[in-house]
Design a protein around this ligand. Structure first.
Ligand SMILES: [Zn+2]
Length: 306
């Protein structure tokens, strides 16, 4: 009887040890999986940050005149414009407004996978006369950056709507805006000149205060003209002749501009949540001597600025 009792006790102790070992192992496993979840969490945090820094490649093209009478560095024909717009679409580009890009940076909207911004500088009437019918037919939108003193001259002359020399009038701006095809940017009121300064460049010996005041007054006069025309106040500024100074960026940001367009030729990298990625945007000049294929090549394979 004693032997049986001893054996039973032995087996009981063995069983107890086994249960203890197994449960210790289980606790260890649960504990180690808890530990593992810590780095997993930090990985998720990292990928969330990456999402904030999402970036896009943004080519911007710059046109000036649309004329059938002559070719030039700043002139394309109606046919060239139609060929360009068709080629953009064929190559998968979707034209968007600069304001769409600004909204995307602010996290307010989405953008198509291959966006492009089409711009026309100086506000020639031929931009709407020839450009809007083509854009309407193909489903394209574009930006016009008028020099508002040129528009003022056309309005005062009472000789408007001539595609060879007129500039867009206030009424035409409002109509173009209402069509949903055109948005406007600021290109100064009367600083699109070579003298006394080159565009908005600072003059030798000019004080900070005078320089800031001169730019502010002129650009605000231009903004007031857009308001009177009944179109949204531009958030985009296009430097006349692509010229900018050390101080101009801060002056323009203080005036409320969000996107600044140069004539430096590169494909932009724009980052969501990073408004500074809008402060020095490059544009490709659409030289009328180039073929549509060459333009597409630059927009797709040009230098990328990060
Ligand atoms: Zn210009």
């Amino acid at each position: 009887m004693n032997l049986v009792k001893t054996l039973a006790t032995k087996y009981f102790i063995l069983l107890l040890s086994f249960v203890l070992v197994v449960s210790t192992l289980l606790v260890a496993m649960i504990f180690s999986s808890t530990l593992q979840s810590v780095p997993r969490k930090s990985f998720a945090f990292k990928s969330q940050n990456l999402e904030v820094q999402e970036e896009i490649r943004l080519p911007i093209i710059m046109y000036h005149n649309i004329l059938n009478s002559r070719k030039g560095k700043y002139v394309v024909s109606e046919q060239q414009l139609e060929d360009d717009f068709s080629a953009f679409l064929k190559h998968g580009f979707t034209p968007v407004f600069m304001s769409d890009v600004i909204d995307w940076v602010d996290g307010k909207t989405t953008l198509p996978t291959k966006p492009i911004v089409i711009t026309f500088d100086d506000g020639h009437y031929n931009n709407i006369h020839y450009g809007i019918p083509i854009a309407k037919r193909l489903g394209v939108k574009f930006m016009i950056n008028p020099v508002t003193s040129f528009s003022e001259f056309t309005v005062r002359s009472e000789d408007h709507s001539n595609p060879n020399y007129s500039h867009i009038t206030w009424d035409q701006m409002r109509e173009a805006h209402e069509s949903g095809i055109v948005e406007f940017g600021n290109h100064t009121h009367r600083m699109h000149k070579f003298k006394p300064r080159f565009g908005i460049m600072r003059q030798g010996g000019e004080s900070d205060a005078t320089y800031t005041k001169t730019l502010t007054e002129d650009i605000n006069e231009s903004q007031d003209n857009f308001t009177r025309a009944g179109v949204p106040v531009p958030q985009t500024f296009a430097y006349p002749f692509g010229k900018y100074s050390k101080e101009s960026k801060q002056i323009l940001l203080d005036l409320g501009f969000r996107a600044l367009l140069t004539c430096d030729e590169w494909i932009n990298t724009v980052r969501k949540g990073d408004e500074t990625s809008l402060h020095k945007l490059g544009r490709f000049n659409r030289d009328g001597h180039l073929s549509t294929a060459e333009i597409i090549n630059r927009l797709e394979n040009g230098k990328v600025k990060t």
